[in-house]
Design a protein around this ligand. Structure first.
Ligand code: SAM
Length: 237
């Protein structure tokens, strides 16, 4: 879906002290950028317009949240949504524009992320594009480097194919499931479910939401994923 350019978004982001312009500069020092550096640190990847992000930040004033998206237009909405719920100076929220495929240039293991959220990332269903999925092992290896053993990753999607593939991606990348559902809205998740703008639409259309919580294990992972015969690694027939 093409997003119309919002003229107001870039100036508002530039004027906001909790929108980080050059996130690479804070690599290894993210905790110090929040009012309380000792608080747990959660990361949201692909926050979009930040409807769920804002609700989560408002509900967890004792947790620091960094939300990342590549699009300044949606980040403009996310900034407004967070400010509307948490005020113009929320000490526990930061936004950054960045490409998550290059996450390791922005965060390091010294940042000690406790939990990562991925809500409705792009499904990239075509074989040649699957490597761009935010749950692809290539990405999960980057997330592993930021999380301690036991650190959590919460993922949900409307896309059955992405969910099925992601179960394998998590397994081969050293993440164990601690809770899984094929229908988030009829099950009872063990942690609050913050509903995002995409989720609202899918639920209204009667589409079940698949979701899970995984924990990083201490497994030693080789980067040779080809032996797992991921669909995208098979030669074309
Ligand atoms: C389908 S939307 C979901 C937005 C929101 N999480 C929700 O649930 O409504 C996916 C979001 O991920 C962002 N995104 C996709 N690939 C990205 C990347 N490589 N780096 C940063 N953001 C990305 C897009 O700009 C978009 O806002």
């Amino acid at each position: 879906m093409h997003m119309r350019k919002k003229k107001w978004a870039r100036p508002e982001l530039a004027a906001c002290p909790w929108v980080i312009d050059v996130p690479e500069k804070l690599r290894g020092h993210w905790r110090q950028a929040f009012a309380n550096p000792e608080a747990p640190f959660w990361l949201e990847l692909g926050c979009g317009k930040g409807v769920a992000t804002a609700a989560m930040i408002a509900d967890n004033p004792g947790v620091n949240v960094l939300a990342i998206d590549i699009s300044p237009d949606v980040l403009g909405d996310a900034r407004r949504n967070i400010a509307a719920l948490c005020g113009e100076n929320p000490g526990n929220a930061l936004l950054a524009r960045a490409n998550i495929e290059q996450l390791s240039g922005i965060l390091s293991s010294e940042d000690e992320v406790n939990r990562i959220y991925i809500r409705f990332c792009n499904p990239w269903p075509r074989r040649g594009h699957k490597k761009r999925r935010l749950t692809h092992p290539r990405q999960l290896m980057q997330y592993r480097a930021l999380l301690p053993v036991g650190g959590e990753l919460c993922f949900k999607t409307d896309d059955e194919g992405l969910f099925r593939d992601s179960l394998t991606y998590f397994e081969i990348s050293g993440f164990e499931p601690v809770w899984l559902t094929e229908d988030l809205h009829t099950d009872h998740p063990p942690i609050p479910n913050y509903i995002s703008e995409h989720e609202r639409r899918f639920v209204a259309a009667g589409i079940p939401i698949r979701a899970g919580i995984w924990r990083k294990t201490s497994a030693i992972i080789t980067k040779d994923f080809t032996r797992w015969e991921l669909d995208e690694d098979r030669p074309k027939s």
